[in-house]
Ligand binder design. Structure first.
Ligand code: NDP
Ligand code: 8X3
Length: 252
């Protein structure tokens, strides 16, 4: 029987690429996100192109009741999740902290930190009971370094880094693997969301350099998820060749 993976934020970018690569490599996948139409499209694609079985769950990670109800609605055998990929997340805005929009702060903290906690809190007890499971948190270079105008987004990703380390310690005795995968710039819908739909501004983030693509990170997830039982990847920092740190890029 295939392992079961639940991926948050599978409607776009890294989460979508991760769902595809896992489905192509022996996992059955629970794809989640708020945009149900996109989840249906992806499920159809996976059904046509892979042998994986798929479940769709549409919920907002910020709302704990939705998280709990969605996972409770899965058929019993699908509730035995082997791999949780906590990927849903976003940045909103790019201003100095004195001028930041507090609505943006609330949304980033609620999604990137509290949402990840709600989903994990719901899924971990069944892993603990089975003494088996794996959690991969998609953190960021922004969780290792702070950059100008990144303030609260960076704080949420530093929190993901701390939560990942704490999970690994608390889950040690249960044999549950915990990993953070920390990408630099990845060209997805991330910048379009950050700049409130301004496609031109979003595209300019990647001007003159080759960024990472979603599949580059999906491959790292697959690598992490397919190590033998005695091997855990604790932390992986993956950057475009043209980006040496959060603030150092080479543009042509
Ligand atoms: P995208 O904007 O392409 O995808 C974000 C995904 O998160 C979407 O599927 C979206 O689904 C989901 N999501 C956002 N808010 C919620 C919510 N409240 N409830 C449920 N799902 C939600 O961005 P990326 O693929 O780039 O981002 C994925 C992760 O990678 C994020 O955690 C991001 O911080 C991280 N990251 C991204 C980098 C980059 O440069 N792109 C670099 C480092 C880390 P929907 O809107 O349908 O709910
Ligand atoms: C997203 C990448 O460039 O905002 O985590 O640090 S960046």
């Amino acid at each position: 029987m295939n392992k079961i993976a639940l991926i948050t934020g599978a409607t776009a970018g890294i989460g979508k690429a991760t769902a595809k690569i896992l489905a192509n490599n022996g996992f059955d996948v629970i794809i989640t996100g708020r945009r149900k139409d996109r989840l249906r499209e992806l499920a159809n694609e996976l059904q046509k192109e892979t042998n994986a079985k798929t479940q769709i769950l549409s919920f907002d990670v910020r709302i704990q009741k939705q998280v709990v109800d969605a996972i409770d609605s899965l058929p019993k055998k699908w509730q035995q999740i082997d791999l949780l990929v906590n990927n849903a997340g976003l940045a909103l805005g790019f201003s100095t902290i004195d001028a930041g929009e507090t609505d943006h702060w609330d949304t980033m903290i609620d999604t990137n930190v509290k949402g990840l906690l709600y989903v994990s809190r719901k899924i971990m007890p069944k892993m603990v009971a089975r003494k088996s499971g794996q959690i991969i948190n998609i953190a960021s270079i922004a969780g290792k370094e702070v950059y100008s105008n990144g303030n609260v987004y960076c704080a949420t990703k530093h929190a993901v880094d701390a939560i990942t380390k704490a999970m690994r310690i608390d889950m040690l005795k249960h044999g549950i693997k915990v990993t953070s995968i920390c990408p630099g710039m990845v060209e997805t819908e991330f910048s379009v969301v950050r700049y409130d739909g301004n496609e031109e501004k979003a595209a300019s983030v990647y001007d003159g350099l080759i960024p990472l693509y979603a599949n580059d990170i999906a491959e790292a997830v697959l690598f992490t998820a397919t190590r033998p039982p005695h091997v855990n990847v604790n932390d992986m920092l993956i950057m475009p060749t043209a980006q040496a740190s959060a603030a150092h890029t080479l543009r042509k």
